[in-house]
Design a protein around this ligand. Structure first.
Ligand code: ADP
Ligand code: SF4
Ligand code: MG
Length: 266
């Protein structure tokens, strides 16, 4: 079965950098990969394209009625295909609605897009509003992950996102920890994952190489391919490609989450 995944998590936790580095790692291992940037910031593919921004589907649709595959799908590092949905004018329209319009457009201009081995939807923010889960509700995504650190707010967001998944009947593929160097972080996120009925499928250390590569406009896999962090992303890509587990998450209540967080800060 083709992997069509989305990674949810608190804003700023590292969804886009994780998505782009995994995309690059999977492509280097011979997979056909498509990344669909769903954040109005349209920054999902920038590090796969040497720091260049590509035209977004929604921006082009404002200019002309029909667009072609070559207008919005660009080949980046390792052959990863990149598309950016774009967003409505700030304060106007619904970003979630825009995602649906863009994906319907993608189906028309690139009908065989599901032939890719891995499709990653890089979704915005932590708000599991109706809009941001649109790709799931519409049946575009068949596997979801939550990305969190061991800090309280990202964990809170991750837990809340799981509530949203339960609400819409979406099973969870697993939890990924993107470290912020919190106390005993791996153990904490491992226990969180187990408590919600899932498992920690990857641990990404905090590494300044991620940001320096990003600043230069590249993924770690392209700019620092021999680094330890590149190996982490490669391993995570393998774990994701092989992962078959799906669970109905059992989110914690507020007190359980607070107690868990306290336990690891003592
Ligand atoms: P999101 O998409 O969740 O909003 P981003 O992917 O844009 O978050 O990441 C936010 C910032 O954190 C970026 O500057 C990114 O380079 C940095 N970052 C993400 N993961 C790591 C990491 N493992 N180590 C160091 N910096 C990271
Ligand atoms: Fe934004 Fe979500 Fe509201 Fe749409 S439903 S306008 S995506 S917050
Ligand atoms: Mg992002």
């Amino acid at each position: 079965m083709k992997k069509v995944i989305a990674i949810y998590g608190k804003g700023g936790i590292g969804k886009s950098s994780t998505a782009s580095n995994i995309a690059a790692a999977a492509a280097l291992s011979g997979k056909k990969v498509l990344i669909i940037g769903c954040d109005p910031k349209s920054d999902s593919s920038i590090t796969l394209l040497g720091g260049k921004r590509i035209p977004t589907v929604l921006d082009l649709l404002k200019e002309k009625q029909t667009i072609a595959k070559e207008d919005v799908i660009f080949e980046g590092f390792g052959g990863v295909l990149c598309m950016e949905v774009g967003g409505p004018e700030p304060g106007v329209g619904c970003a979630g609605r825009g995602i649906i319009v863009a994906i319907e457009t993608l189906k028309k201009i690139y009908p065989e897009f599901m032939d890719n081995d891995l499709i990653i939807y890089d979704v915005p923010g932590d708000v599991v509003c109706g809009g941001f889960v649109a790709p799931i509700k519409k049946g575009f995504v068949n596997e979801v992950y939550v990305l969190t650190s061991g800090e309280y707010m990202p964990l809170y967001a991750a837990n809340n996102i799981c509530r949203g998944f339960v609400r819409i009947g979406m099973d969870l593929g697993g939890v990924i920890c993107n470290s912020r160097n919190a106390d005993r972080e791996r153990e904490l996120v491992e226990e969180f994952s187990t408590k919600i009925g899932s498992r920690l499928i990857g641990y990404i250390p905090k590494d300044p190489i991620v940001q320096s590569c990003e600043r230069d406009g590249y993924s770690v896999l392209e700019k620092a391919p021999d680094s330890d962090i590149a190996k982490v992303y490669k391993q995570l890509a393998v774990e994701l490609m092989n992962n078959k587990t799906r669970v109905k998450a059992v989110p914690l209540d507020d007190e359980q989450l607070r107690n868990l967080s306290k336990k690891y800060s003592e």
